[in-house]
Design a protein around this ligand. Structure first.
Ligand code: BG6
Length: 520
């Protein structure tokens, strides 16, 4: 949990309502054992355990909770506790505050994923914890392992009786996985079949960490808790919507995975599609998991299929070449370790997408994402139409910038609205001004980091911020025609190199009305 820095350039906002003390979450009451498969791995040390510890320190874990690390490594409980302690150790060294309380509830149980005996052993161990710590048979199984292992673990848990919820005892069991959910439509279906052989849909929590970002959650609040935006939020007033997720980082140490997936599978099939759905969906009648996900699914059903004959008018793909980021020289994608020689994997994509329904007919949604771009910036720009008749034409000419609403997702968490005002003075002159809201203004307490939010929602059993399988399949189905085109051997002609540290390949200018960054 982080205290956000305050922007001192802008005056504090006045918070009229609600009483912010109402926004505190009461402690999660239901006891549980959280089992992390892949506990010796990087994700557990970097993200999961620090998030669990932050929740614990803020009183957001249930009183009766146990955390069990499980992986192939042979650790004792004490050795595992020490590894976890180091993952949350303050920079100055020493014991993290409140460490002892959670350490007492931290355990380790080695498992061999292929061995059924291992899972019966795990079952016995967890039952032992239920008796000693009153965790009542509630389980979260968090899979911090490579996706190829998901079906194996799901199958073993099912056969060992670990997936069963007992209606008499009222215990629950939840199974948490992260993307990628398959590599294409077919493999996504196979994976789902494997998970469903042990778990029901209400037990499966498919994470998209973008949904756990505060500013992403705020999209629905902005649209549906205000009455001034929604009447304008349609094809009559909106000219286009641009959703961009630009990254400065390259492929880092993940080339083994990334080179097989590329940007379309890594960012578009999941995060970009979620952002699109949040911008385009209809208001659900209640803010409740299935109603929200139903509305998203309807958006995915309305996506206009890509015309593969004229794909270049709808899609630009790129791959980063060497360049400079923040003044330092960086390698091109093909020089990165573990990348296949001559690889044609795209690291940048821009696409024009249409949502064929009453609200959005004819409004282009431009989606772009790429690695090694000039800045890290995720934002949504809602571009409104020009005024229908300019009464100022005679004095000002035609060039009056249309209104634009920008939702800064990260790193700038902000909303600004661009509009025209008169320049004070004797001459009739207009200027473009921005009304600005900094999301962190008026903030009174700590904010949940994405993994903290995800873990908390798993404990609460709230699936609102998680993918449902129908959405996963519709998005794979939508992307399949371009994935097929892009996977074919002569796709090289469609892949445009771009210099690292720029805003992507030149060709993108033919597709997008404006780019993130300099063309704001
Ligand atoms: C992950 C992708 O899902 O999202 C990464 O696998 C990408 O390749 C990351 O870098 C971006 O997330 P964020 O939160 O940094 O925008």
């Amino acid at each position: 949990m982080a205290d956000k820095p305050k922007n001192t350039d802008v005056p504090e906002i006045e918070t009229e309502s609600p009483d912010l003390s109402q926004c505190r979450l009461e402690q999660v009451q239901e006891p549980a054992v959280i089992v992390i498969f892949g506990a010796s791995g990087d994700l557990t040390r970097r993200k999961l355990f620090p998030s669990l510890f932050a929740l614990y320190r803020n009183g957001l874990l249930p009183e009766n909770v146990c955390i069990v690390g499980a992986s192939r490594s042979e650790y004792s409980h004490e050795e595992f506790r020490e590894i976890m302690r180091r993952s949350v150790e303050p920079e100055s060294g020493g014991q993290p505050e409140n460490w002892a309380g959670l350490a007492r509830r931290l355990f380790y149980n080695p498992v061999s994923y292929d061995d059924p005996e291992s899972f019966t052993g795990l079952n016995r161990f967890l039952e032992g914890l239920d008796s000693s710590y009153a965790t009542r048979g509630n389980r979260i199984f968090y899979l911090a392992v490579p996706p190829t292992v998901y079906p194996v673990i799901a199958g073993q848990l099912g056969r060992a009786g670990l997936a069963e919820e007992d209606s008499r005892n009222g215990n629950w069991v939840r199974f948490v996985v992260e993307k990628p959910f398959g590599h294409d439509l077919e493999s996504a279906r196979e994976l789902d079949k494997a998970l469903h052989s042990s778990f029901a849909e209400h037990q499966i929590f498919r994470i998209d960490h973008y949904l756990a970002k505060e500013t992403v959650q705020n999209i629905l609040m902005l649209r549906f808790a205000n009455s001034i935006f929604e009447p304008l939020w349609n094809r009559r007033y909106i000219d286009s919507v641009t959703i961009s997720a630009a990254e400065q980082l390259g492929v880092e140490h993940r080339a083994g995975y990334y080179d097989r997936f590329g940007v379309l599978r890594d960012m578009f099939q999941n995060h970009m599609m979620q952002l699109l759905a949040l911008c385009a969906m209809e208001p659900p009648s209640h803010f409740e998991a299935d109603r929200v996900r139903d509305e998203k699914t309807k958006v995915y059903r309305c996506l206009r299929p890509f015309p593969t004959q004229e794909l270049d008018s709808f899609l630009v793909l790129g791959q980063y070449a060497s360049g400079r980021i923040n003044g330092a020289a960086v390698k091109g994608y093909r020089e990165e370790p573990q990348v296949r020689q001559g690889t044609l994997t795209p690291t940048f994509a821009a696409m024009k997408v249409f949502v064929d329904n009453w609200r959005w007919q004819g409004v282009p949604f431009y989606l772009t994402s790429g690695k090694r771009l000039a800045e890290k910036r995720t934002e949504i720009k809602v571009q409104f139409k020009q005024v229908p008749n300019s009464m100022f034409r005679a004095v000002l000419g035609e060039d009056i910038a249309a209104n634009r609403l920008t939702l800064g997702i990260q790193p700038r968490e902000e909303i600004h609205l661009r509009f025209q005002t008169k320049v004070p003075g004797p001459k009739v002159c207009l200027r473009t001004v921005k009304m600005h809201f900094d999301y962190n203004q008026g903030l009174t307490g700590p904010v949940l980091e994405a993994y903290e939010k995800v873990l908390l929602d798993c404990l609460l059993g709230d699936q609102t911020l998680f993918w449902r399988q129908d959405g996963v399949e519709l998005c794979w189905g939508f992307l399949t025609p371009i994935l097929i085109e892009c996977d074919c051997p002569d796709q090289g002609k469609r892949l445009h190199p771009y210099e690292a540290g720029t805003w992507g390949p030149e060709e993108v200018k033919n597709l997008l009305p404006s780019l993130p960054g300099p063309h704001r």
